[in-house]
Design a protein around this ligand. Structure first.
Ligand code: AMP
Ligand code: MG
Length: 329
């Protein structure tokens, strides 16, 4: 079967549209990120952004792929988890397209899509996945028809922690890359809360402590260095435990924070100590984008999982382990 899918992503601040075919070829992957002038992301402002730029980006994904709209067989959209207003705007575009083009609609779990695009790129079949982004921090592995969450943050996501810290340090959004750059000049490790509880972790105490360190006069590079070493060390610990427990042979790093070179270096060390293969998803597929939604949508559809328009309500709190993975053996 030759299947071409338009995938639409819009769970949070990014909007993306992509054309992918069932052999795994990504024909286009267009995305754009809403950044507020000041402060954090307001869900309604982000959703307004999506509705303003969405149609143009969808058109661009089709023209870049050099296909005719009639070549599209399937619409996949990010159904959750995410911010309600953003999800609803994205779902409305997806439904409208599926209706007017009379083609099937597939609702994709955003977190599952981050894993599947990583597997497509790496050729991995069954990894332990470290999924780190602005909204999520999870260690995930497949078992019994679901992607099980082995460990996760109990409060804020690592990307969010870096962005909020960065705002206190006077950095623009997103601050993750700037924290990484400053940390390169640091070498003195300041003590910050190392908060691993069982397989879960917590970043809110570290955020407060790092903000205090900064207001007490610690140098910028020292704050950034200490935050990275501590936060990434916590992730390494639970990743090691997940590998030891599941005996899986692949370690995948995905999500926007996967762009961080220091985190990559630390997890490469974990993988080599456990004698497993390691892959870090490339920058253009690490953050939120439509290709991951299209690719997951294709596999889901091929296993018989599509959704009627009337049943396609969004799922803002849809957990990774609540999606039946019908397409994996
Ligand atoms: P996502 O939520 O997947 O779109 O990813 C966005 C998040 O990734 C934001 O929180 C960014 O600060 C973070 N991010 C992007 N690049 C880096 C980097 N080099 N180091 C750390 N975090 C990063
Ligand atoms: Mg994401």
């Amino acid at each position: 079967m030759d299947l071409t899918c338009l995938g639409i992503e819009g769970t949070a601040h990014s909007f993306g549209a992509a054309i992918v075919s069932d052999d795994g070829t990504i024909h286009s992957n267009i995305y754009s990120m809403f950044s507020p002038h000041e402060g954090g992301i307001h869900p309604r402002e982000a959703s307004r952004y999506h509705s303003e730029i969405g149609p143009e980006l969808i058109g661009k994904s089709i023209s870049t792929a050099q296909i005719d709209p009639s070549d599209i067989d399937l619409i996949a959209f990010s159904r959750g988890p995410g911010l309600g207003p953003c999800l609803r705007t994205t779902a409305t575009m997806a439904r409208t397209l599926a209706l007017t083009m009379s083609i099937p609609l597939v609702g994709v779990n955003h977190c599952v899509a981050h894993i599947e695009i990583g597997c497509l790129e790496s050729g991995f079949h069954d990894p332990v996945t470290v999924y780190v982004s602005g909204g999520n921090t999870q260690i995930i592995a497949y078992a019994g028809k679901r992607f099980r969450t082995f460990g996760e943050t109990m409060d804020i996501a690592i990307g969010n922690m870096l962005d909020v810290l960065g705002r206190s340090l006077g950095m623009p959004f997103p601050a993750g890359p700037l924290v990484e750059k400053e940390a390169l000049a640091g070498s003195k490790l300041q003590l910050l809360p190392y908060s691993v509880k069982g397989m879960d972790l917590s970043y809110s105490g570290m955020l407060t402590a790092a903000q205090r360190l900064w207001s007490d006069g610690a140098p910028l590079e020292e704050v950034c260095f200490s935050v990275q070493e501590t936060a990434f060390g916590m992730l390494a610990e639970i990743s090691e435990r997940a590998l030891a427990h599941t005996k899986k042979k692949e370690l995948l790093l995905t999500g926007g924070v996967a762009r961080n070179n220091r985190l990559t270096e630390i997890l490469e060390g974990v993988a080599s100590r456990h004698n497993v293969e390691f892959h870090r998803v490339s920058p253009q597929l690490a953050g939120d984008q439509g290709a991951m939604i299209a690719w997951t949508g294709i596999q889901q559809f091929q296993s018989g999982d599509s959704v009627e328009i009337a049943d396609s309500h969004v799922l803002p709190r849809w957990r990774t382990d609540e999606q039946d993975i019908t397409w994996r053996a």
